[in-house]
Design a protein around this ligand. Structure first.
Ligand code: GDP
Length: 297
């Protein structure tokens, strides 16, 4: 499957290690749990999450009186699949609805917006992009390129303009042209963190005022290759921005795919999409069952 391809590096690493672990043990003992925990940590599942998973695993093994390491593998897969369950769909019923896209520079925000715009257009939706990162001239130019590629309209102001004004205009355009979705790009870095959070809050206020009843998704884009650092970024943005979902990019380029588990367990925000390449169709809805399966096969 495509999800398995995108996860190739993670699987080559984690799945193979697990495979040899479960095959090398003849009985279920403490050493098995310890080695397993190490594998999870190495795959960027995170210290805390790995401990919790192994704790839960120990309990289930004890309760179910399991003695075969192969059965432990089955239980582990079950636990991970449970952790990955969440609301993975985008709720975009109102017309227009809004997708606010946030995250630090370089994580793949612009690329994700382009891919998402193209998918929505292919579903028959009329999409308008709002170039809300006015801090960097290059950001607007990049978004313009993706607007052309995805055949979607874009509302863009001059460099240094007020991002909230861009969003205001994009919403007005969406109303006038009966668009279905407005996707808002935002700055990934400003003079300081407070400034960035203030700007996001200002954009949110404009959205609330202009579209009080609209469906709104706030997607935080994170780069999987940064591993646990992505989890830290998620923590920083979480409280400020009312995130409804995560887009985890660059999974194709890393063995750190275990970070998905960490994000969902520690932050309780669902991963909704994964990026598995640089091309237009390399964005996939996150399928937790397929993901859990891919990690073990
Ligand atoms: P932004 O600064 O957050 O807007 O990041 P960009 O969208 O400009 O992406 C930064 C780089 O990451 C570009 O070279 C993209 O092609 C690349 N990129 C984005 N998503 C993915 C992905 O899922 N896989 C891979 N391999 N590269 C990606």
């Amino acid at each position: 499957s495509k999800i398995a391809q995108g996860l190739k590096k993670t699987r080559d690493n984690m799945a193979q290690q697990m495979d040899s672990l479960f095959k090398s043990f003849k009985k279920v003992d403490e050493e098995l749990f310890e080695e397993l925990e190490e594998i999870l940590i190495m795959a960027d599942v995170g210290m805390l999450t790995s401990e919790r998973i192994c704790g839960e695993l120990r309990e289930r093994v004890k309760k179910q009186k399991i003695t075969d390491p192969e059965e432990v593998r089955g239980l582990l897969r079950e636990i991970i699949a449970e952790l990955l369950e969440g609301d993975q769909t985008l709720h975009l019923s109102s017309r227009p609805s809004i997708i606010l896209v946030i995250g630090v520079n370089g994580v793949g925000k612009t690329t994700t917006i382009g891919k998402l715009a193209n998918q929505l257009r292919e579903e028959g939706k009329k999409v308008i992009l709002a170039a809300g990162d006015t801090f960097r001239a290059a950001a607007g130019e990049q978004l313009q390129i993706w607007a052309e590629r995805s055949k979607t309209e874009i509302v863009r102001h001059a460099e240094g303009a007020d991002p909230a004004a861009v969003v205001f205009d994009a919403i007005a355009a969406a109303k006038a042209r009966h668009a279905d979705v407005v996707i808002v790009d935002t700055a990934g870095r400003l003079h300081n963190k407070k400034h960035l959070m203030d700007e996001l809050a200002k954009i949110s206020r404009v959205i609330k005022r202009e579209l009080p009843d609209a469906d709104e998704e706030v997607l935080l884009v994170l780069d999987a290759t940064t591993g646990q650092n992505a989890v830290n970024q998620a923590r920083e943005f979480k409280n400020a921005a009312g995130i409804t979902g995560i887009v985890l990019t660059k999974l194709d380029g890393t063995a750190k795919g275990g970070v998905v588990i960490s994000i969902m367990e520690e932050l309780e925000v669902p991963v909704k999409y994964i990026g598995v390449g640089e091309q237009m169709d390399d964005l996939q809805p996150f399928d937790s069952a397929a993901f859990a399966k891919a990690l073990f096969e």
